[in-house]
Design a protein around this ligand. Structure first.
Ligand SMILES: *Cc1c(COP(=O)(O)O)cnc(C)c1O
Length: 456
């Protein structure tokens, strides 16, 4: 059959509250034109994030009932740990309440003021956690990542020559960790090839620098490798994932992404002495090392989710559903990042609204219009998110001005996506009348979450 179906049946539903355009105009004004400040029930299709928004399966919910809530050494902890070890292969597993807690602990023990941490592209919490301890996050995306139109299959790759030059110039003593994010979330949900991971790993090992994978979307990345890297055409996705982690010394993971969790994360390493230091911080900030800020039932749900996410029928459907939206937008001539990434669709706000300057936040303006048009919530990934230096407060245009429409896992159907396509088409029709925005009030770190905006 050519038709790709959602490979699940719906057993429980959550009604969507519908609103009128007039209501939405008032609601977004009350939210200071920042979709993060809306009430979720005032959103019709919520594409703000794919993080923690997945639909769990009957197996996942069933597993929660057998959560062992013992403080130390619970059965649920061992099930969680053994599943993580089996797939990721690292010796030390440290549970955390989210991915950012794993990042904070990792950088607290490895990064010193002035240290440089390269990545293909740092995610916003990763960048902020490095800056918070005085380090310098550095993005080294491959050159192909800049061309939003090309169908280059691995736009998430790291620039290998730039990484080599950095290690030669700065020396391993100033680079405590080299990271690669799979898939590259801030770079468009684009995959990283196994060849690229091998090359990064070789550089890291030759220089004696630990290599960490930001593993949030490891299953989607592995499936892209299967589809696009000839060598892996017939390799089971779980084996692709295992090989990927084999090249690394550790990982940070948000279980809110490729583990179908509503909460959770973990930090892995093969370095027992480092893990000892990390567990000391864990006890201070998260909890005892066999639960780390999670309930036993959460550990159970994640253990089930990590297996389900590697189901290749699910991954076929998952990558197809994102491609479905991107291909329809491209056919309509609407500027969108190509090829389709794994978890999200990225409108190119710079070309969608060429009359709006970067410092008037075209991505933010587009987010506001899409909400007013159809109650769709999406997030700006551009100058609002990355344009301000938290130490000097200085602003500069981001490399890309994107609006990310993240697709929650197993939550929306094709008709929901058709509604999204119609709404984007309508905003596209009236794009010339859309105005830029300015910031009224914003905090220093991670300003996009709470900044207040007004039209210029
Ligand atoms: C979501 C995410 C994180 C942070 O994880 P949280 O669970 O939200 O704290 C880190 N890196 C990437 C690539 C992510 O997508």
């Amino acid at each position: 059959m050519k038709t790709v179906i959602e490979p699940f049946r719906i057993k429980m539903v959550e009604p969507i509250k519908l609103t009128t355009r007039e209501q939405r105009e008032a609601l977004i004004r009350k939210a200071h034109h920042n979709p993060f400040l809306l009430r979720a029930e005032d959103v019709i299709i919520d594409l703000l994030t794919d993080s923690g928004t997945s639909a769990m399966s009957s197996e996942g919910w069933g597993a929660m009932m057998r959560g062992d809530e013992s403080y130390a050494g619970a059965r649920s902890w061992y099930r969680f740990r053994d599943t993580v070890k089996d797939i990721f292969g690292f010796e030390q597993v440290i549970p955390t309440h989210q991915g950012r807690a794993a990042e904070h602990i990792l950088f607290s023990v490895t990064v010193k003021p002035g240290s440089i941490v390269p990545n293909n592209t740092h995610f916003d919490t990763t960048r902020a956690n490095i800056e918070f301890v005085g380090g310098k996050p550095l993005d080294l995306p491959c050159a192909e990542a800049d061309d939003l139109d090309s169908d280059y299959p691995f736009k998430g790759n790291m620039d290998i020559a730039a990484l080599e030059a950095l290690v030669a110039e700065e020396g391993p003593e100033n680079i405590p960790v080299i990271m690669v994010t799979v898939t590259n979330n801030s770079g468009g949900g684009q995959p990283v090839s196994m060849a690229n991971i091998r090359a990064v790993s070789r550089i890291a090992r030759d220089a004696g620098i630990p290599f960490y994978i930001d593993a949030c979307r490891f299953a989607e990345n592995s499936h892209f490798i299967k589809q696009r890297e000839a060598e892996f055409k017939t390799t089971p996705v779980i084996d692709i994932a295992r090989e990927m982690f084999d090249y690394a010394d550790g990982c940070t993971m948000s279980a809110k992404k490729d583990a179908f969790g509503n909460i959770g994360g973990f930090l892995c390493t093969n370095d027992a002495a480092l893990a000892h230091q990390e567990r000391n911080i864990l006890i201070l900030t998260e909890g005892f090392p066999t639960y780390g800020g999670l309930a036993g039932r959460d550990l159970e749900a994640i253990a089930v989710g990590l297996r389900e996410i590697l189901d290749e029928h699910y991954l076929d459907y998952r990558l197809f559903s994102t491609r479905y939206v991107v291909e329809h937008l491209r056919t309509a001539g609407i500027p969108v990042m190509a090829p389709a990434g794994g978890h999200a669709v990225y409108l190119d706000a710079r070309r969608f609204l060429p009359h709006i300057d970067s410092l008037q936040y075209p991505g933010q303006a587009l987010a506001v219009e899409l909400y007013i048009e159809a109650g769709i919530r999406a997030v700006e990934i551009g100058t609002v998110m990355f344009g301000a230096d938290p130490h000097t407060g200085e602003e500069h245009p981001a490399r890309l001005e994107l609006l990310r429409l993240a697709i929650p896992r197993r939550v929306y159907t094709q008709s929901h996506m058709d509604y999204v396509l119609e709404a984007i088409g309508r905003v596209w029709e009236r794009r010339e009348n859309i105005r830029g925005m300015r910031i009224i009030k914003a905090p220093r770190f991670l300003r996009h979450f709470t900044a207040r905006f007004e039209w210029v």
